[in-house]
Design a protein around this ligand. Structure first.
Ligand code: NDP
Length: 321
């Protein structure tokens, strides 16, 4: 019997894992989803107490200080320190309690700023990250270094996945913290519901930045399925990119259009070029994933946006606004 502890089990990806596992009901696995109320993982004693209580054989390590471009730009020190602490406590405690496998989460936004495209798993450490999120990036990159060090010293199979941008139900919609998709969903909802006396055709939705940057987005439920596959079947310390195909890359303006359509928004979209764009692109190759799992079907982007917007409208009162 495997006992799987999911740190960060209450967040966007954690909730998606909960959904997939609930439908699968595996008979040889017991899953425990921990949030920060179960243990503050920046605290070593609390981390150890959580592991002593759950006694996991396997860990999916999602817990992190996470945020969008603007939150990162203003808080690099906190992103660095909190994530360094969380990762060190989780990996060392997993080691001390004899966990067989740990799958941690990196991100495509930690790759070098100056690089060739597409980026792949071999390029994580090839140069400094974008200045906007260097705290988060270096803390995340060190997970890969730690995984190799645990393997070299103890032979452990502690590995990592590299997702592209994630979105879906249970995202973080708080304006100062959110990533681009939940941020736009929140603002579009406000624009539509506030000032009902103004006809919607006269309302204007502002896209932050030029709208031109390109991004790959993965639906959280697709990512959850892939992470479960990694936990069960991927047996290498080397990271693996979990991303949609390169052909599925979209511009930020196209994201805004998809969200507007999902809300049935009748007003106009404009771009505010005085706001930062972040990296122009960070196209990632999923060739390694495709070589191992060629038939995986990603949910169509517009369909996933519609499902995410619908979830937000239905669950507005409980969402992280
Ligand atoms: P969320 O912000 O939705 O969730 C973060 C999770 O971490 C929550 O469960 C939160 O617990 C937990 N957490 C945060 N701080 C602590 C702490 N000090 N102690 C214990 N738990 C803590 O993040 P996502 O689900 O979006 O991200 C999951 C992983 O994926 C992260 O490692 C992130 O870096 C990575 N990632 C995310 C991307 C994205 O676009 N969202 C892109 C690529 C990678 P609680 O809510 O209970 O406070």
């Amino acid at each position: 019997m495997k006992k799987v502890l999911v740190t960060g089990g209450t967040g966007l990806v954690g909730k998606a894992l909960q959904d997939v596992i609930k439908n699968e009901q595996p008979s040889d696995e017991e899953w425990f989803f921990a949030g920060s109320k179960d243990a503050d993982l920046t605290n070593l004693v609390a981390t150890q107490a959580l592991f002593e209580k759950v006694k996991p054989t396997h860990v999916i390590h999602l817990a992190a200080m996470v945020g969008g471009l603007f939150h990162n730009m203003n808080n690099n020190l906190d992103f660095l320190r909190n994530n360094l602490l969380i990762n060190d406590h989780v990996l060392q405690t997993a080691h001390e309690l004899g966990c067989t496998k740990v799958v941690s989460c990196l991100s495509t936004c930690i790759f070098p700023d100056k690089t060739s495209y597409p980026i792949d798993e071999t390029m994580v450490h090839n140069g400094p990250p974008h200045v906007s999120n260097y705290g988060y990036s270096y803390a995340k990159r060190l997970i890969d270094i730690q995984n190799h060090a645990y393997h070299d010293k103890y032979g452990h199979l502690y590995t990592s996945v590299i997702p592209c941008n994630i979105f879906g139900p249970h995202d973080n919609y708080k304006p100062d913290v959110s990533h681009v998709i939940p941020g736009m969903i929140n603002r579009m909802h406000k624009l539509r519901t506030e000032q009902p006396e103004i006809p919607e055709t006269e309302k204007v939705f502002t896209v932050y930045g030029s709208g031109k940057p390109l991004r790959q987005f993965i639906y959280s439920l697709d990512l959850a399925k892939l992470m479960i596959w990694v936990l069960r079947n991927y047996n290498s310390v080397e990271p693996i990119v979990l991303s949609v195909d390169e052909s599925a890359e979209v511009t930020i303006y196209e994201v805004a259009e998809a969200i507007a359509k999902a809300f049935n928004f009748k007003g106009k979209l404009i771009c505010d070029t005085s706001k930062a764009d972040g990296q122009y692109k960070k196209t990632a190759s999923n060739a390694k994933l495709r070589s191992l799992l060629p038939d995986f079907k990603f949910t169509d982007f517009k369909t996933a946006i519609e499902a995410s917007v619908l979830w937000y409208m239905i669950n507005y009162d409980q969402a992280r606004n």
